[in-house]
Design a protein around this ligand. Structure first.
Ligand code: HEM
Length: 402
């Protein structure tokens, strides 16, 4: 694991390059680890007869990023039932409403940015998204909600102060949301059709409601990653700063180009480094023996930069997504395969919708990027531009908005 802490996103790709092999065998947390990469490997990894998730996430990741008892650690029929709840919330008509809330929150915030000397785009976008997702879920955002949700993501893969901040944020928010769920089941019903109502009323395969603490974990599984879309908005600002030639096309409002740009941001920039599970039995992949119960990782960052899949993988080229159909096991920033039957992110449609709405708005803003450190260290997981993208002289052109 030391290798991961030292090398971050480069850990597995560097080892693959050094060994001249597509499979990495190593150890982490006292477990034997086999790390895979590529569409065929992804197909193997997402076959639940090969890999299960129960017991795969280390304690420090559960106590910050995931929580305990949530969908990430379920398998088989338990997973399908819980996953269907997420997909019903995150792929239906509600997506357009969340997009609308986010657009309105962005437009209102952008007006205030123009009255300030400077803004940090990362922090501002986290606030915008918290203001959009909280009422959409059926909750009221308080002033530290965005910061707490960002902390849970920011601190999962580091042993330092960011990690302890993440643990405190999760503990605080699980307590709050357990109470909210208990009240929603009693004196203070959740808004009809909201995610809060769906989670409070959800029953497991035995017909029992979720324990309030587990319901809180699942509510955080909607709130936290929606706010984490601020990482991608900040990365998009980074891309527009480094390669301003893309701004005009994004500003023009061509939906096909906006979607291609969104996909390239998700492919190019580092966010989730890998996903992991346990071998259900003794397995073999590409001539490598994988013992039962050992840890298997799928290198998401490595696959999104694999030259066999993406010509010129370290070039930022949204046009590549205008020219090709993307298979379910190729572009994997949010996992691969079928989200219904496997663990692929159920929020991918929401992520794409939010970015399709917000990135053209970002491109239409007038602003200056003053001198600052926009470096993105691949050793920091999750990565982000060091400055958070400071903007000055922000102006909202008259034609922007709804
Ligand atoms: C910021 C953009 C996002 C990224 C980079 C991201 C990434 C991921 C990744 C890598 C996984 C794991 C896939 C696997 O285990 O195979 C995942 C799972 C998940 N994501 Fe996302 N996600 C994002 C946005 C969202 C959103 C907006 C939501 C909900 C509103 C969401 C909800 C979830 C849930 C509930 C799971 C667990 C699924 C399961 O275990 O079956 N994510 N995401």
């Amino acid at each position: 694991m030391l290798g991961f802490f030292l090398e971050g996103y480069g850990w597995l790709p560097n080892r693959r390059r050094r060994a001249g092999e597509h499979v990495v065998e190593t150890r982490a947390f006292g477990w034997r680890v086999t790390a895979l990469c590529g569409p065929d490997a992804a197909r193997f990894f997402y076959d639940e007869t090969n890999i299960q998730r129960h017991g795969a996430a280390p304690g420090p990741v559960q106590d910050t990023l995931f929580g305990r008892g949530g969908v990430q650690g379920l398998d088989g029929v338990y997973h399908r039932l819980r996953k269907a709840m997420f997909l019903a919330m995150l792929t239906g008509e509600g997506v357009a409403l969340l997009e609308r809330y986010a657009a309105d929150a962005w437009d209102a915030a952008a007006e205030t940015w123009s009255t300030r000397d400077s803004v940090v785009l990362f922090d501002e976008t986290a606030e915008v998204l918290a203001r959009a997702v909280a009422p959409w879920v059926g909750l009221r955002a308080d002033e530290s909600l965005a910061a707490d949700l960002v902390s849970m993501v920011d601190g999962f893969a580091t042993p330092g102060p960011r990690h302890w901040r993440a643990r405190r944020a999760r503990a605080r928010r699980e307590r709050w949301l357990s109470d909210v769920v208990t009240r929603a089941r009693g004196t203070s019903p959740a808004p009809a059709g909201s995610a809060l109502a769906a989670i409070a009323e959800h029953t497991d395969s035995a017909g029992d409601p979720l324990d309030p603490r587990v319901a809180a974990v699942e509510l955080l599984n909607v709130l936290r990653p929606t706010v984490a879309v601020c990482w991608y908005v900040t990365f998009a600002a980074h891309a527009l700063h480094l390669w301003p030639e893309h701004r005009d096309r994004l500003r023009d409002g061509d939906p096909a180009y906006a979607e291609a740009f969104v996909h390239e941001v998700r492919r190019f920039y580092p966010f989730a480094p890998f996903v992991g599970g346990r071998a259900t039995r003794d397995l073999e992949w590409d001539g490598h023996r994988i013992p039962a119960a050992s840890l298997v990782l799928l290198d998401l960052y490595g696959q999104n930069h694999d030259p066999l899949l993406w010509p010129d993988p370290y070039g930022f080229a949204p046009g590549r997504f205008l020219e090709r159909r993307v298979g379910a096991y190729e572009l994997v920033p949010q996992g691969g395969g079928d989200p219904l039957t496997g663990h692929r992110c159920p929020g991918e449609m929401v992520t794409i919708a939010l970015l399709r709405t917000l990135l053209p708005r970002l491109a239409k803003l007038d602003y200056t990027v003053p001198d600052q450190d926009v470096d993105i260290s691949l050793r920091r997981v999750p990565a982000r531009p060091a400055s958070g993208m400071v903007l000055t002289d922000v102006r909202v052109p008259a034609h922007v908005g709804s």
